[in-house]
Design a protein around this ligand. Structure first.
Ligand code: SF4
Ligand code: MG
Length: 327
């Protein structure tokens, strides 16, 4: 498979300003160091507790936020230094689906008009072809032509998410970032929307960056999964590898916390001590050392680097072997 999107040591820091003069007093390290390569047509899950930087990562990839350091490369083209104008053609290529599409819809605007706006802004299509496009889009996402004239409040949560999807795919993007895209929906509706996303993926060869705190959904939906903790990547593997053979202590803890039948039943429950540390003042060395059951002295001093475990499995931990024995 060919590479479509590459992140090289991406960092995203937010300045903390304080005092009368609003001087910068420090930084929240939302994304500390993420390197990643995505392949055309895959679904890559990004998981981790809230505040681990996964949403920030999505927004940075999309260019909604400038990177502090590092590279975002889309098909050989570095995006991070492009001006707003030069970024435009790439913006069409990468779209986002949010958790709550209602928040981004104007309550007084008919859905058809909201969708048509995308074509007004980005294409030179005539009014007639725009309307045809919108009708096509509505059908594509499982809605009906007569929904054109309805207002956002007339739709259910699942239908609104379909509208969000319609808007995201309107301009034929290559990459779609789903940020908790089904998290607000009931389980049965979730399944339908996920199925729609899969159908669209195989029809248009879409690549998904699927950000979610729901490990069950990610397992079902994604080909590969990346685990983040406090702005850092802890582990990256195929979904099968990650769920059946997790290597990072944090991944093990995350997985052990979901009640599941079958293979995870005999997995030991790992309780993490303490809270997630403040990202403005992250722990030294491995940022997970304050909560890790197998941490040692070196973990406090040295940040672990990616270890290639073979079979597309990567892990950032000093004590993979020890973790295997103990956890
Ligand atoms: Fe735990 Fe050390 Fe591995 Fe970090 S590097 S996950 S603290 S064992
Ligand atoms: Mg989030």
């Amino acid at each position: 498979k060919s590479s479509i999107l590459k992140l090289e040591s991406v960092k995203k820091y937010y300045p903390i300003k304080g005092g009368l003069l609003k001087r910068v007093q420090g930084h929240v390290k939302a994304v500390e160091d993420v390197s990643l390569e995505m392949f055309e047509g895959e679904s890559l899950g990004v998981v981790g507790e809230s505040g681990c930087g996964k949403s920030t990562l999505g927004r940075t990839v999309l260019g909604l936020e400038p990177v502090t350091e590092g590279k975002v490369i889309f098909r050989e083209q570095e995006l991070q230094h492009l001006s707003e104008r030069n970024r435009l053609p790439f913006k069409r290529q990468m779209q986002m689906i949010f958790q709550d599409p209602y928040a981004s819809l104007n309550p007084r605007q008919r859905i058809g008009d909201a969708l048509e706006e995308v074509f007004i802004m980005h294409t030179k299509l005539s009014s007639k072809s725009r309307k045809e496009k919108v009708t096509e889009l509505l059908k594509e996402v499982g809605l009906k032509e007569e929904h054109y004239d309805r207002y956002p409040h007339e739709f259910s949560g699942g239908q609104r998410q379909r509208i969000g999807i319609a808007r995201a795919i309107a301009l034929n993007p290559s990459v779609v970032i789903c940020d908790e895209a089904v998290s607000a929906l009931d389980v049965s509706v979730q399944a339908q929307v996920l199925k729609l996303l899969k159908t669209l993926q195989s029809k248009y060869g879409l690549t998904y960056l699927f950000i979610s705190h729901d490990l069950g959904v990610v397992r079902y939906f994604c080909d590969r999964v990346m685990v983040m903790y406090l702005g850092n990547t802890a582990e990256l593997a195929t979904a099968k590898q990650l769920y059946e053979n997790p290597l990072h202590p944090y991944t093990k803890a995350l997985l052990s916390s979901i009640p599941r039948p079958s293979i995870e039943r005999n997995r030991k429950r790992i309780r993490l001590e303490g809270e997630i540390p403040n990202p403005a003042n992250p722990p030294s060395g491995c940022t997970f050392h304050t909560r890790c059951p197998v941490a040692s002295e070196i973990c406090k001093q040295k940040k672990p680097v990616w270890r290639d475990m073979g079979d597309q499995h990567y892990v950032a931990c000093h004590h993979v072997e020890k973790g295997r024995e103990v956890l």
